[in-house]
Write a protein of this length. Structure first.
Length: 407
């Protein structure tokens, strides 16, 4: 029997038909392929997510079988700002006034953070529709504010979010996290164990071809592809702790056969451009459509990941870029210390001490000196592992049993 599923997430990425999707749209697409009714409720809110102005408060479209309702909310550009909180409240107000008569009655509702405040609307909607409510946790707030934003636990806003988080954990029918060790955090918050399910980020295996592969000459012109290329793709924010990558590039400026590439965006990108832009062994490329990220990465030699060392690492991380990295078929080096990553499970690279420039330099030189066949073997393990474990079709099958355990 088919089911109706609402997925509410202020920051869900929306891709056009045939393009790589974010986690919410990817899972909903799979639910729809199994003859269920899938609805995504999200917003336009940030410039980097291609927010756009619209006269309509609510817009609805259909993409690959998924009904997408977008709420126009207050705009902002900086992640740590009062405008962001106003945007959260704007989204919650939009949910309160949501014209739900145009949507099919839900059998289950997924509330995916952020915004954390949405779980309160989720509890209200569950009561109205008498359906199941799943709290989907992608970022552990307010712990992120405390560990990475420098906020005090006594801050009134942090205290409010702490209460909201506890309410969400306690009263939702199920908890799903993208972090493999979220169970430990939920137990700490509630003071007692509660079952937590792990559904990480994934990919749509039908959309990973390389038809949009840029020509080697084009990439050579931009990054000196004839050299050994160490690549980073993703946001350049304080939480990514990219100083090590740029300092390593500077320390290896005399290694003419090694080149460093950044394909990204973010608050600190301009700072790094000003400080390191003169380096001849460094290229900073502007953001490209998601469909073009993987083709570019497949022409590089080594992928790099950096995560600021914090208490959050105890609970593990599931990162979109790790999926792209593994699909590139190239080895991965991560400046990271915490609960094991995909890299450890797939044995497709190595982790080094965070903040250690010399450790990264040594790792790069180790892979440079490695036989190409050995690098291919390591990278292929990651490629094969994500195909076996992280396709949206497999993740959706598991998620569906959480939404409807009696189905």
């Amino acid at each position: 029997m088919s089911k109706s599923i609402w997925w509410i997430s202020k920051y869900a990425e929306v891709a056009r038909s045939g393009e790589p999707t974010g986690r919410a749209q990817g899972l909903l697409r799979e639910f729809a392929r199994r003859n269920n009714t899938s609805c995504l409720i999200t917003s336009y809110s940030m410039g980097r997510l291609r927010a756009r102005r619209s006269a309509a408060r609510y817009e609805t479209s259909m993409i690959d079988g998924v009904t997408i309702t977008t709420i126009r909310t207050f705009q902002y550009s900086k992640s740590l700002s009062a405008r962001r909180i106003i945007s959260w409240i704007s989204f919650e107000w939009g949910l309160l006034r949501l014209p739900s008569r145009h949507l099919p009655r839900p059998d289950a509702i997924v509330v995916s953070s952020l915004s954390l405040l949405t779980i309160l609307n989720g509890l209200r909607l569950r009561k109205i529709f008498q359906c199941r409510l799943v709290f989907d946790v992608r970022d552990i707030w307010p712990l992120v504010l405390i560990e990475e934003g420098g906020f005090s636990r006594r801050n009134p806003f942090v205290r409010l979010l702490t209460w909201v988080e506890k309410v969400g954990y306690r009263y939702s029918d199920a908890i799903v996290g993208t972090m493999p060790n979220l169970q430990e955090h939920v137990t700490e918050v509630l003071g007692a164990p509660k079952s937590v399910h792990y559904i990480p980020h994934g990919f749509d295996e039908s959309l990973t071809d390389i038809r949009q592969m840029p020509s080697k000459q084009t990439l050579r012109d931009k990054t000196s592809t004839d050299r050994f290329v160490v690549a980073y793709a993703g946001s350049v924010e304080p939480s990514n702790s990219m100083d090590v990558f740029f300092d390593c590039a500077k320390s290896m400026s005399d290694h003419r056969h090694v080149h460093f590439l950044v394909l990204g965006f973010g608050e600190r990108l301009k700072y790094f451009q000003q400080r390191y832009g003169y380096l001849q062994n460094l290229t900073l490329l502007p953001p490209v459509p998601k469909s073009q990220v993987l083709p570019i990465l497949r022409q590089c030699d080594l992928m790099y990941l950096s995560i600021r060392d914090s208490m959050l690492c105890r609970f593990g991380r599931s990162l979109n870029k790790l999926i792209d990295y593994a699909l590139s078929g190239k080895p991965i080096v991560a400046s990271y210390s915490g609960f094991p990553l995909l890299i450890d499970e797939a044995r497709c690279g190595m982790t080094i001490s965070p903040g250690d420039v010399e450790a990264l330099r040594s790792a790069v030189l180790e892979f440079v000196a490695m036989e190409p066949e050995r690098r291919i073997e390591i990278g292929t393990r990651g490629y094969q592992w994500v195909y076996e474990n992280r396709t949206y079709s497999k993740l959706a099958e598991k998620y569906f049993t959480i939404l409807f355990p009696q189905a």
